[in-house]
Structure formats: structure tokens, C-alpha cells
Write a protein that binds this ligand. Structure first.
Ligand code: BEZ
Ligand code: FE2
Length: 414
């Protein structure tokens, strides 16, 4: 048991409570939150860590959508247009995978940890990332991805997927959760969607998928036209009639009974977002990736109107320049220029903690008695007023002082 004390404790609860000169008494779970002097009096023989001037305690961050297998990318991939990016991923995929070995995974995982990420959701396409994710100090949801639109390869792809799922299930624990990801409506054959989601339903898995990320996806799924038509003609020249294999409605309907994170949803209609809300789904917002690949900003007003929860993620280094969640939060703060700075910063901090922890099925993300003690300590360069603290943290934080996961200080992997 220990006591963490700081100038401010930010609960990241629905009220967005901010308490001054507070302490959090923790074991694996949060035992009590209260005024520093009262907590110290109540637990006199317990070790206290006081983080000093301009210090803040808050729940650790959650990065619910990352592709670590692409962590070697810096300048290989082409940005500015989704289809051009996708083509470059196909060209460089093997090279990128080869270049990301143990050290590369460690660096990526450590970068997240140092920025205060205590939980992440890894989208795994091949399983080379399994060992590093099992060894990660963070809590991990390991989403084994299924991808492939061509009927002749469905069986091969499904068997490979099953093997990856089984392998990841060997390491299942309270902190390592094997799960599945359906890549997207344009890239995954309906048979594969059906089979993999039945498994998710049967095993109560939380699923991740990409949905309506690009204008090209919208046009292709709705009308069977646009840039994806040429893309499919180029990559699958043997197919006589090229058409989309599913409608967006059918795709979404296949998620009935499954809890899922729908990533991007940049080009999703209100009707689709309503459907996602009815499914109990949530949206994962990747602002930097969206800027680089699609030059579009997610309509947060619409999500709010629909009371549809969203969280924030970096996506992979295939569409980002870092896995530091503070960069992502800053980008969100900057690009959603119509939002009120102060209230939006609070919403963003909640999206990166409470909303995301819930989305991935973890009982943390809030500073509250009984929650798991996944907590970060931050120091600001100067003092700040309580009402400004949310945006000041986002503007000025890059790395955290300490990160606690289930009450234990977490250290980078060596
Ligand atoms: C496929 O493997 O079928 C596929 C891959 C990327 C985009 C679309 C389809
Ligand atoms: Fe992604």
C-alpha cells in the first residue's frame, strides 16, 4: 500500500472533478481519495510519494488503437491521399515488418509508457508483435486482425487467423487480453467477418475494426466506384466483375451482440453512427492519422448529439510521427478549432482515460475508490489555475514523472 500526493488530482470522472492538495491511497486498487492531511492521518504508517510543486495525478492514458508492426516506418510511406498511402503500405509492408524486430517494438512500447500510456490496444496482422506485447509493462488488448477480400483465400486466411488467436490465447491473463479485429468493410470477405465475429460473440471478446476512414471507402461501399475500383483492378486483375462484397448496413449488422471499437468513422453518416450507438459501439478518433491520410476532421458535434462515446488513439507509425499520446491530444486540441479550448481539453482527457479504458474493458481510467490503480504523475513547468489545468497539461506534457499500473510503478522494458 502507498499514498500518492500531488497539488492536483484530476479524477477524469463525468463531473471532471479536480481536487487541490489531495492524496490517493493505493494498493492494486484505489483504496481512498481525499485531502492530503486527512489521508496521511488515516494511514500513518503508509509510505507517501509526494510529487512536489506543480504536480498532478490522473488516470494513466489509454491508446486503444496502434499497429506496432509498422513501427519502423519514418519516411517510406506516402501521405496526402488514402489510396496512395494504401498502395505504399502494400509495397513496403514486408520491408517494414523485417525492419521492426525486438528493439523496434521495445522502443515503441517504451515511448507509449513514458508518455503515460498504461493500456494499449494492439492491432496485430501477423503475430510477430505477440512476444513484445506479452512482455510489455502495460495492460494490452491484442486484436488479432483478419483481412482479405478474395474468396479463394478465405480458408487459408481463416486458418492462419485461428492459429494466431490460439497462440495469443496461451498468454491470456488479466493484463493481456487476446481478441480479434475485422480490418474493414472493403478489405474483409463477409464469410470471414461472420466467422470471426461469431467467435467474438461466443467468447465475449471486445472487437476492433476500421470503418469509413476514407472518401474512397465511402464511394466504393456505396456505389462500387471511385479510387478503390482502380485499386482492386490493379491488385486483383484476375477478377472479372469487381464490386463491393458488403453494404455498410450489412457490415454493421454483423456486429449485433458484439462490443466493438469503430476506428476513424470520418466518412460515416449520422444513420451509421446511430447504428453504432445502438450496437453499444464506440468511435476511436486518430486525429494525426486522419490529417495525414484523409485531410479530414471527425465531426465531434455529431457524436455528442448522438451521445456516442469516443476515445483517442495514435494509430500506428504507419500514419503518425510518434506514439506519444500527448502529441495526439495536442493535435486534437489544435485541429478541432471550433471547440472551446477549456471544456474540449477536459473532454479530451476523459476520452484518453475513462472512455478508452471502458472501451477496452478495463476497470480503470478514473480516480475513484475501487478502480484499479492505473495512475500517472505529471509535473507542469509552472503553476496554473485549476480552471486552466486541462489544456495546460495537454500543451505542456510529453513524458510523465511516474506511471503506476495496478498500483505498481511501471518501468520501460530493457
Ligand atoms: C485484400 O487482401 O483483399 C485487400 C487488402 C487491402 C485492401 C483491400 C483488400
Ligand atoms: Fe488503424
Amino acid at each position: 500500500m502507498k499514498i500518492l500526493s500531488a497539488n492536483f488530482v484530476i479524477a477524469c470522472n463525468d463531473n471532471f472533478d479536480i481536487w487541490e492538495n489531495y492524496s490517493v491511497c493505493i494498493d492494486k486498487e484505489i483504496i481512498e481519495v481525499g485531502k492530503r492531511e486527512e489521508i496521511l492521518k488515516k494511514y500513518p504508517n503508509t509510505q507517501e510519494i509526494y510529487f512536489g510543486k506543480n504536480s498532478i495525478l490522473m488516470p494513466s492514458l489509454v491508446n486503444p488503437h496502434v499497429h506496432l508492426e509498422f513501427s519502423a516506418n519514418r519516411t517510406y510511406l506516402k501521405y496526402g491521399d488514402f489510396i496512395e498511402w494504401l498502395k505504399s503500405v502494400i509495397v513496403y509492408r514486408e520491408k517494414l515488418k523485417e525492419e521492426c524486430q525486438e528493439e523496434c517494438y521495445k522502443k515503441a512500447i517504451n515511448q507509449m509508457l513514458k508518455s503515460g500510456v498504461g493500456i494499449f490496444g494492439e492491432i496485430s496482422s501477423g503475430g510477430d508483435d505477440l512476444k513484445s506485447c506479452v512482455q510489455a509493462p502495460q495492460k494490452v488488448v491484442f486484436f488479432n486482425e483478419i483481412l482479405g477480400s478474395q474468396p479463394e483465400v478465405v480458408d487459408i486466411l481463416y486458418n492462419d487467423f485461428l492459429n494466431r488467436v490460439k497462440e495469443s490465447q496461451k498468454y491470456a491473463s488479466k493484463r493481456f487480453i487476446p481478441s480479434i479485429s475485422v480490418h474493414s468493410p472493403y478489405s474483409t470477405h463477409p464469410i470471414l467477418i461472420k466467422k470471426t465475429l461469431s467467435m467474438a460473440k461466443a467468447e465475449g471478446m471486445i472487437v476492433s475494426t476500421h470503418f469509413m476512414e476514407s472518401k474512397a471507402e465511402r464511394e466504393w461501399i456505396d456505389k462500387g466506384s471511385g479510387d478503390f475500383k482502380d485499386f482492386f483492378k490493379t491488385f486483383f486483375p484476375h477478377i472479372p466483375v469487381i464490386k463491393p462484397l458488403t453494404s455498410s448496413k450489412e457490415f454493421l449488422k454483423s456486429f449485433i451482440g458484439v462490443r466493438a471499437l469503430f476506428t476513424h468513422a470520418l466518412f460515416a453518416s449520422s444513420k451509421e453512427l446511430e447504428m453504432i450507438k445502438d450496437l453499444g459501439g464506440v468511435i476511436t478518433h486518430c486525429p494525426i492519422s486522419n490529417r495525414l491520410l484523409n485531410n479530414k476532421t471527425l465531426n465531434l458535434k455529431l457524436l455528442r448529439e448522438l451521445k456516442l462515446s469516443y476515445n483517442i488513439a495514435t494509430d500506428g507509425l504507419s500514419s503518425n510521427i510518434s506514439l506519444n499520446m500527448w502529441n495526439e491530444l495536442r493535435e486534437a486540441l489544435f485541429i478541432h478549432e471550433e471547440e472551446n479550448l477549456s471544456s474540449f481539453a477536459k473532454e479530451l482527457l476523459k476520452a484518453a482515460t475513462k472512455e478508452a479504458a471502458f472501451a477496452l474493458g478495463f476497470d480503470s481510467g478514473v480516480i475513484e475508490k475501487g478502480k484499479k490503480a492505473d495512475i500517472i504523475a505529471i509535473k507542469l513547468p509552472n503553476s496554473t489555475k485549476k480552471e486552466d489545468i486541462a489544456y495546460q497539461i495537454i500543451l505542456h506534457t510529453n513524458e510523465v514523472e511516474k506511471i503506476f499500473i495496478d498500483g505498481e510503478e511501471a518501468c520501460p522494458i530493457l
